[in-house]
Ligand binder design. Structure first.
Ligand SMILES: Cc1cc2nc3c(=O)[nH]c(=O)nc-3n(C[C@H](O)[C@H](O)[C@H](O)COP(=O)(O)OP(=O)(O)OC[C@H]3O[C@@H](n4cnc5c(N)ncnc54)[C@H](O)[C@@H]3O)c2cc1C
Length: 441
């Protein structure tokens, strides 16, 4: 049992880590630099909050184990459930994917501030003793060359027997640990150079689809975009560009960029749409993994984006924050108070999403080392798998299990699926978006 735990950062990873620690610490205090808004509104400390956020099945299940009733609370607040592949029209590298019912996976789609507000309310209801200090920024760690023993804030030093850094991808813990003479984690970075431009729209009644649309960017066509229904009957639209082909935040450029995607469907939906916000940009898309599990510092853990941040185009950060907190609680319940084991549990949940995101982004990163024979073979297989998954229900189901974080990556290489991938011919996807729902057969 810990006496006092301090969590730096009161967004999803910090609040869920606090929830996981509830039964294993006498006092848990969350320090949040921002003051929370009264409603589901964007805030300074979470600039990504204005952009599309999807929440996949694995994350939803983990959240439900930590906070029973959260799926219902999200639905009641207006989050939209999109069944895959029925409710998401997706244009893959080789054309439009087939669309049919398959009740196993749903994406939850809502604005990020709504998601965070629901999580915050649920955590505070589940942990009445939790102390949350708003307007309170951590400015450093305290301790010495052997352990972290607390947190420095403008209002004074706070001691703790465990500090959890959940301050997001901009975390300063590596510097703070170095200042104490503790080991700095090895850091890996893969940068696809991807940028987002996002705007909220109201689509005219009668033209607003109840499905989402996703036009993937590809090496040959580095522009992509997504349109997703969110609460309030509105649609969030994110345009994506890689390298020199990035979308700007100039409102006049938004529709022309949407029209330049390799399929006109998304732009057509926007033809008479009413923009409700300015265009917001983000370039926080570098995959960053800090290997704290290799050199764990006594008294210190990192969670959420502070531990591993992914290119958001794969939609996994929030789900991994939930899966990480669930793994942390499981390790605590199993009696694993050693920091190294707890950090290992958190890092283990990051593996799948890291391999997916960093593997997919490697070809776009000019700084990445040239892939070896094994990596080239892996990419060739993955691409062949994905091309078939667009229309083959068996491969599609396996891919959705992996993408929705309910199955390990190895599922894609199961013998039956490998045979289908290698022996059946490659086929193009559809030429036009499948406006009617089909059947899997
Ligand atoms: C453009 C974009 C789109 C995204 N889309 C998706 C998506 O579709 N699906 C998905 O799952 N994920 C998505 N993500 C990723 C997701 O936003 C993050 O993975 C998730 O927010 C991580 O949560 P976190 O709590 O670790 O960090 P954050 O949510 O970034 O929160 C960090 C918190 O720490 C606070 N803080 C920072 N420094 C201090 C300090 N010194 N003292 C006290 N408090 C501090 C901040 O104010 C903030 O509240 C997207 C990210 C981006 C950039």
């Amino acid at each position: 049992m810990f006496h006092r735990v301090i969590v730096i950062g009161g967004s999803v990873a910090g609040l869920l880590a606090a929830r996981a620690l509830r039964d294993h610490a006498e006092h848990v205090t969350v320090l949040e630099r921002d003051r929370y808004p009264g409603g589901p509104d964007a805030r300074r400390g979470v600039p990504q909050g204005r952009h599309v956020h999807i929440f996949v099945t694995g994350g939803q299940r983990a959240l439900e184990t930590l906070l029973p009733g959260s799926a219902e609370a999200l639905a009641a607040a207006g989050a939209v459930r999109l069944e895959l592949p029925r409710d998401l029209l997706s244009c893959a590298r080789n054309g439009w994917e087939r669309r049919y019912p398959d009740d196993r996976h749903h994406l939850l789609s809502c604005t990020r501030p709504l998601l965070e507000q629901v999580v915050r309310r649920q955590v505070l209801a589940a942990c009445p003793a939790l102390e949350v200090r708003e307007d309170c920024a951590a400015t450093g760690l305290i301790g010495d060359g052997t352990a972290v023993t607390g947190v420095r804030t403008a209002a004074g030093d706070l001691t703790a027997d465990l500090v959890v850094d959940a301050s997001g991808r901009g975390s300063r813990s590596p510097q703070w640990l170095a200042e104490l003479g503790l080991a700095v984690p090895r850091e890996e970075r893969i940068d696809a150079g991807l940028a987002y431009a996002t705007r909220l729209f109201r689509l005219p009644a009668g033209t607003a689809p109840d499905h989402g649309v996703y036009v993937q960017h590809t090496p040959a066509s580095p522009r992509g975009g997504a349109l997703l229904p969110v609460e309030g009957g509105h649609h969030l639209v994110t345009l994506i560009g890689v390298g020199g082909d990035r979308p700007t935040t100039d409102a006049a450029d938004f529709l022309p960029f949407a029209r330049s995607l390799r399929d006109p469907y998304l732009a057509r939906l926007l033809a008479d749409a009413e923009p409700l916000t300015p265009v917001h940009g983000s370039r926080s898309t570098v995959n960053i993994r800090r290997r704290y599990e290799e050199t764990p510092a006594p008294g210190f853990l990192a969670a959420g984006d502070a531990l591993c941040a992914y290119n958001p185009v794969y939609g996994h950060g929030v789900s991994i924050a939930a899966l990480g907190a669930a793994a942390l609680r499981q390790a605590l319940d199993a009696g694993a108070p050693s920091g190294a084991r707890l950090q290992g549990a958190l890092a283990g949940t990051a593996d799948r999403a890291w391999l997916l995101a960093s593997g997919a982004d490697l070809p776009y990163d000019p700084q990445a080392p040239a892939p070896g024979r094994r990596e080239r073979l892996g990419s060739w297989y993955a691409q062949r798998f994905l091309d078939r998954a667009a229309h083959d229900p068996a491969l599609g189901a396996a891919y959705r299990d992996v993408f929705c974080l309910t199955a390990p990556l190895e599922r894609l290489a199961a013998p039956r699926l490998a045979l289908r991938t290698l022996l059946l011919p490659r086929r193009a996807g559809g030429e036009a978006p499948p406006l009617e729902v089909g059947t899997p057969g």
